[in-house]
Structures are given as structure tokens and as C-alpha cells.
Design a protein around this ligand. Sequence first.
Ligand SMILES: [Mg+2]
Length: 229
Amino acid sequence: MGKVIFDFDGTLAHRPGMWSQCMVDVLDDLSPGHGLVADDVRPHLRDGFPWHRPDQAHLHLSTPDLWWDDLTPLLRRTYQSVGVDSAVLDEAVATVRQHYCDPARYQLFPDTIEALVQLGGAGWELVVLSNHVPELPVILEGVGLAGLINEVFSSATIGFEKPHPEAYRIAAGRTSPTECFMIGDNPEADVFGAERAGLRAILVRNLHPEVNKRADKLLGAAQIVMSSS
Ligand SMILES: [Mg+2]
């Protein structure tokens, strides 16, 4: 058996509203009656995250604090652009980290556990490779996946964002890329990038006219993996 590499958000779990909603949730506590919604925040976050520059390695952001410090100008600029009161600005920016890393704000998809149990039981090594925050292993543990996943690779920690080929190489480790499956919901990051790096790939919970293998649900993707061997 080989290795199955899973994306996290949109594949194993989801966080309603992602970064935009997180930044609004922070304001709910600090600035009641702020009147902002996620759609106000979202346009300001379309650029500036490490995964918007996947061609650039960021090995210098080598600790969680350095990674978050690098993101702080974007968060601060965003809050300023939507008119957040300067009296709460510093605290709001600092609180985003704590909110975004809170496992209680993530929900597993209904078939996640079953798909992982089936694949693990069939002898596949299971890992996660996600463009995410440094605290991804804590989030994974908090949503109950730690015992089912052998290893977690967050782009924040390894210094490469999917679809940079090095990201898949690191996740594959000693396993030959041809013995790895990448499964995820993003056609470029989880399918085409993985295939360029020599892995087999399955798109899940999404549609794209040019992918070879796809499944509506994770259990369907697990079936494709298990029928391949
Ligand atoms: Mg995803």
C-alpha cells in the first residue's frame, strides 16, 4: 500500500466563512454593534496570504510567531479598510490568530471519519497536506482526527504552498510519488499540481471539466483509491 495525502479545508473539514468570517467573529466580541459582515471583509483578503504566491518558498517564516507576524500587516490593513475603530485595532488583529486556530470553529464532513477508517484499515498511510496556519496539527487533534492521520504537513511549517512541487515531495517523504494519491477539493492545488509532481490525484466535493478522477464525497474517493491496488 502507498500513501494517501489529504487536503484539509473543504476536504476533511470546513470552517464556515473561513478568514472573512473569522475576522468578523473577532469584532463581535471586541466591538459589539460593528455592523460588518464577511462580505465586507472578503474583498480585502483576495491577495496577501502565502498561498497567493505558491511559486515563492517562505522558509524564513520558520516559527509560528514569524508566520503570524508576516500576516499581521494584511490583517491590520483589512480592518482599517473596513473602518474598524483604532481603539480595538491591535487587539482585533492579535485575536484573529486565537480564533482561527480554535478547533471548535471547524466541522468535519459527515463521511470524513468513515473514509479515513476504511483507508487506514486497508493499510494505506494517511497524511494531511494543507495550505494552512502553523497550528494545523492542533486543529486536527481538536476535531478528532489525530488518531487517524499519521502525519500533518502545513504549508506554514514546511515553507512551500501547494501547488509548489516541493510541497508534495515533502508530504510523500520516502514513498514514491507514483504510490501516493492526493485527494482534495481544489483542482489546481490538489489535482493538477499533484499530477505535475508525479502523484495520482482525485478531486472531491467539487467539479472541474479536465480532471481524470473525481468523487462527490470522500467515501467515493476512498473507493477509487482502494480499487486501484
Ligand atoms: Mg481545500
